[in-house]
Design a protein around this ligand. Structure first.
Ligand SMILES: C[S@@+](CC[C@H](N)C(=O)[O-])C[C@H]1O[C@@H](n2cnc3c(N)ncnc32)[C@H](O)[C@@H]1O
Length: 269
């Protein structure tokens, strides 16, 4: 028993956690959400549009009002997909520099990266009928719904106070802030605790990763090695009815960091 406890402590010491100092949000956005939408991001958009549609189909009896984006990282790609279908968006991140990027966007919602995502979302969602919605209308609507908060997924109470949301999304967060598998399971539970009764948990993760770049040096942020089955196992234990799973192969320029992206969505039973 003692040996087991000692081993656990040793693993804790070895495990690496997210390094705030080397996360450069401008570099990260330019690298992972470049101004021309590549394969990974096209699939991410399509997957999340489908998930949004299924969520609405599963929620005919009640309105889906609130969305929480955990560890948004200064990116707004997911808000551009889900934002027009909810009333409130709680945008969160651990780092002030990431939250500031979103605060700046709220003051001036013109952004070459997210305008591109809005165009793609409008184009995909309205492929069978014409929409009079413009990129500008869309951006304005989203920015008016956003509030910005600090979060820490290492805390059992990631927002510091007890809150519940109809949809909680965590894109590339829990597996991207630790290399410790047991800690990752705990972080999944912490994030999930924000989901309301019968609410939805949408998780995107890097699969079979050894880490990922977050600035223009060679130093990688840690990532825990997980597979789709690991995520499904945790969601099953947390009592989710998983209704969507999609594996997206890594683009060539990212395949040295991870093998796939995986998008999973479930509804709390
Ligand atoms: C790989 S980025 C993902 C960013 C974004 N969600 C996306 O879709 O690309 C990881 C994010 O986790 C955030 N993060 C780091 N430590 C965290 C913590 N303890 N709690 C919540 N978020 C954290 C980082 O600031 C960063 O924004």
């Amino acid at each position: 028993m003692l040996l087991q406890a000692q081993l656990l402590t040793i693993f804790e010491d070895i495990a690496q956690h997210f390094d705030p100092h080397i996360f450069d949000p401008d570099w990260y956005i330019d690298e992972f959400y470049p101004r021309s939408i590549g394969d990974e991001n096209l699939q991410l958009i399509k997957s999340n549009i489908q998930i949004g549609q299924i969520i609405r189909e599963r929620s005919v009896a009640r309105k889906i009002n609130s969305l929480c984006d955990l560890g948004g990282g200064g990116t707004l790609w997911a808000e551009m997909i889900y934002g027009i279908h909810v009333d409130t968006i709680c945008y969160t991140d651990y780092l002030e520099k990431n939250r500031k990027i979103v605060a700046d966007y709220i003051r001036n919602p013109h952004n070459p990266y997210w305008d591109l995502y809005i165009e793609k979302v409008i184009e995909t969602e309205t492929s069978n009928h014409t929409s009079s919605r413009t990129v500008y209308d869309h951006a304005l609507e989203i920015k008016n719904k956003i509030t910005i908060e600090h979060c820490d997924v290492f805390s059992e109470n990631p927002l510091g106070v007890e809150r519940k949301f109809d949809i909680v999304m965590a894109n590339f967060v829990m597996e991207s802030v630790t290399s410790d598998y047991n800690k990752w399971i705990k972080l999944m539970a912490n994030a999930e605790s924000l989901v309301s009764d019968s609410g939805f948990f949408v998780v995107a993760a890097i699969e079979k990763a050894k880490g990922y770049n977050s600035n223009n040096s060679q130093t990688l942020q840690p990532a825990v090695y997980i597979t789709t089955d690991d995520i499904l196992g945790v969601l099953n234990k947390l009592k989710y009815d998983v209704f969507y799973t999609k594996l997206i192969p890594a683009q060539k320029n990212h395949s040295d960091q991870y093998e796939n992206l995986v998008v999973v969505a479930g509804q709390k039973k």
